[in-house]
Design a protein around this ligand. Sequence first.
Ligand code: 4AD
Length: 478
Amino acid sequence: MGPLQIKDILQTSPENQSVTVKGWVRTKRESKNAIFIALNDGSTIHNIQAVAEPGQFSAELLSTVTTGSCLKITGQLVESQGSGQAVEVKIDDILVYGTADPESFPLQPKKHSLEFLREIAHLRPRTNTFSAILRIRHALAFAVHQYFNDGGFFYLHTPVITASDAEGAGEMFRVTTLDLNKLPRTEEGAINFKEDFFGREANLTVSGQLEGELGAMALSKIYTFGPTFRAENSNTTRHLAEFWMIEPEMAFFELEDNMNLAEDFVKKVITYALIHCKDDLNFLQNRLAEEDKNKPQNERSIPLLEKLSFVVDNPFERLTYTEAIEILLKSKPHKEKKFQYPVGWGIDLSSEHERYLVEKHFKKPVILTNYPKEIKSFYMKLDEDGKTVRAMDVLFPGIGEIIGGSQREEDYDKLLGRVKEVGIDPDNLWWYLETRKFGTAPHSGFGLGFERLVLFVTGMSNIRDVIPFPRYPKSAEF
Ligand code: 4AD
């Protein structure tokens, strides 16, 4: 299993036993009586303190022990003399695995801006903030698998390369092996995709849902958890070009069951983080409080742990799109013409509208249902009125839409009608349509944007800071 990690050593009772610690130097401090090295290996937010006596090591060796260098320290685990830690390592030996020239190593023990850290994404996991985020991200991913496994769901691996546009929004990245300088042409002059690798046009998937539905029509309850890609040119703090989506799909679930599952699911995974990521969440909470100090009282955010507990402990508000529009029409910002975008039945709610509902009106997560069919995807089940569909969006404070889902149209004729209505060629979706011909069943599902969840749980404000190597317009460096 490899050497003991710092996380475990910090929990060990000190009995002068010999220990080996390996990690990266966060700080080195020299005083008259001792040299203190704070070492971190990423297993925990906490450093282990290693102490040497002055003169114990050559000046030459000590000059290579600088912030960012990587060391193997052997010594004895003793009770710490100082405050702030229970144990420390009394150093016997130091091996420098790798130096980090202080002149050029960009991470120094001081506060760096998140923008700057984005430019050094190869090194930012070595900061407290990013290591905390990455550990929380891991815990949430683990909790997702645990939740579904415990609930009788099967993890279905849906393809990353597809020939269909699941959301019908045309925001796909093309996958091709054609020589772009020498494109093969048909007699009519169009690009001849028959000569491409797959013998047809292919793209990176925007969602695993359509294949997920095929799985649910056999295994009853499945979920996907994989990368999805959207070529939308949204330079916002909520959008990535590559993000991870969790998509459960359930046979025999109606919209109400779908909402119950979505609410229970997010609450349980957040609870998992609250239980298992205490140190990291506390660190991020303090970080936010520190940032808030410069803000006026009324602009300060609720402490992170309080915000998370609030979401876990209170039922989400549920209402229809039509009811939401009525609330918006009666709202102060609408009456005072403060909204940038107009409000009226049929609009695609913009983020200012969603935020008004969640942050000002209800002050808690909201599930909006039964949207007009025109603003939703073709696969959603039509309501009896023929105007709205059984859609559900879960909206979170500070985030906006975190989950989008629906009951699916299980009627073959109605689905075919919608496919044609939105201009999709039914021949491209013959396999999807066939599930409605052979043993169709009521079914539902939803998609949770994993990074939006991590954003909420960590309290960070830019989605580019909650994925190790973000992809967004004009950026695919690392
Ligand atoms: O609402 P969306 O587009 O729904 C679907 O893709 C459905 N096929 C899901 C389903 O029913 N199985 O996306 C679902 C979620 C959004 O609520 C949001 O959290 C996230 O995916 N999302 C993004 N996250 C980061 N960057 C983007 N560009 C995102 N687009 C959507």
